[in-house]
Design a protein around this ligand. Structure first.
Ligand SMILES: NC(=O)C1=CN([C@@H]2O[C@H](COP(=O)(O)OP(=O)(O)OC[C@H]3O[C@@H](n4cnc5c(N)ncnc54)[C@H](OP(=O)(O)O)[C@@H]3O)[C@@H](O)[C@H]2O)C=CC1
Ligand SMILES: CC(=O)N[C@@H](CCC(=O)OP(=O)(O)O)C(=O)O
Length: 310
């Protein structure tokens, strides 16, 4: 059996650990390691990466930008940070979007989408690509996340004894309207302007719900047609399910897909047909990070796309 040497740079972090979980026990993968003393040593990491066939970068943006120029071209790279998602020469790791799977298979530099950006892109990009929504539509998005989305430091804040009472309630953030996911949201969907985007973090570990409200008078087809088109777009995709129009629960929990690497889409219309609501529900650490990264690795190495996924 052909084996591949894999390294996870930043494997002690939230995203890195979840990637390791999904890779361990797979006989086709030989996991390279680095000593605790060297895990933040630039030259030592570069030396291990150079021996790998594929490396995951699970680092803060600055650390990712620092290591990438030291990586030889023959090593394939999957960067989970925000650093390269709109950078030239990098492929956006959302294989369910038209043409992306083929690009990922061939790529040696793949940027794993941001968690909130995943929710936006899976809803908005197909509608724009299919001509059902104009590229200059004034999109807005609200996206709920568990606190693991903020990595080790936010997890520590939420899990601290005697923490601030504000953490007992949901907290909106990014209120200055320049969240780091806006450039990739605009780029991957081909929009003339970014959405108005409000993320909300709440007191649960993981799970994400991205809500995209749409005004029907600005759309180019009725709600039934839009829901059917979205279902057709994702037909046959193992990781994305689209529920029929109106098939929505009374309460939609943002942690409904926690622990999985799949994403579910719900569509509902107002009784008078003037408004449509699209919702994407998934795990910020699953399809929003580590699961997406492993799915892309499988594609890049020619392995079964869902191997190791939850
Ligand atoms: N959490 C999430 O839901 C998602 C996160 N991401 C992205 O993934 C990346 C990692 O995030 P996340 O796992 O949440 O963050 P964490 O803070 O949990 O983990 C980051 C890891 O990187 C290590 N690290 C920091 N600087 C360096 C360095 N210079 N060299 C080597 N290692 C370093 C940290 O070390 P130490 O353990 O000492 O702190 C830590 O183990 C980020 O870019 C994040 O934006 C992407 C999608 C979702
Ligand atoms: C709760 C929280 O802080 N979440 C992070 C998103 C985590 C993530 O997926 O973003 P990257 O992949 O771009 O790091 C944020 O909104 O900045």
């Amino acid at each position: 059996m052909k084996t591949y040497k894999i390294f996870v740079d930043g494997s002690a972090g939230t995203t890195g650990l979840r990637i390791l979980d999904r890779l361990s026990g797979r006989p086709e993968l030989d996991l390279l390691t680095i000593s605790e003393a060297d895990r933040k040593n630039l030259q030592a990491r570069a030396a291990v990466i150079a021996q790998s066939d594929l490396t995951f970068l699970c680092l803060p943006d600055a650390a990712s930008r620092e290591i990438v120029p030291l990586i030889p071209d023959h090593v394939r790279v999957l960067d989970t940070s925000t650093a390269h998602r709109t950078a030239p020469g990098w492929v956006y790791g959302l294989p369910e979007l038209a043409g992306q799977r083929e690009r990922i298979v061939e790529a040696n530099r793949v940027a794993v989408p941001g968690c909130h950006a995943t929710g936006f892109a899976v809803l908005a990009a197909p509608l724009v690509q299919m001509g059902l929504v104009a590229a200059d539509y004034p999109f807005s998005l609200t996206s709920l996340t568990g606190y693991s989305g903020g990595g080790k430091s936010m997890i520590a804040d939420y899990e601290a004894q005697g923490r601030d009472k504000a953490l007992d309630s949901p907290r909106s953030y990014g209120l200055a309207l320049h969240h780091k996911h806006l450039p990739e949201m605009q780029a991957v969907c081909g929009l003339t302007k970014p959405p108005v985007f409000v993320p909300v973090v709440a007191d649960y570990y993981c799970g994400m719900q991205s809500l995209l409200p749409l005004h029907m008078e600005l759309l180019k087809a009725p709600a039934e047609e839009i829901a059917r088109a979205l279902a057709g777009y994702y037909a046959g995709q193992s990781q994305i399910t689209v529920h029929p129009l109106g098939e929505v629960p009374g309460f939609l929990a943002a942690n409904q897909m926690a622990g999985t690497d799949r994403l579910e889409i719900y569509c509902s219309a107002s009784p008078d047909g003037s408004q449509l609501l699209l919702a994407a529900v998934f795990d910020n650490l699953g399809k929003g990070a580590s699961g997406a990264a492993v799915q892309c690795m499988n594609l890049m190495l020619g392995l079964p796309e869902t191997a190791g996924l939850e």
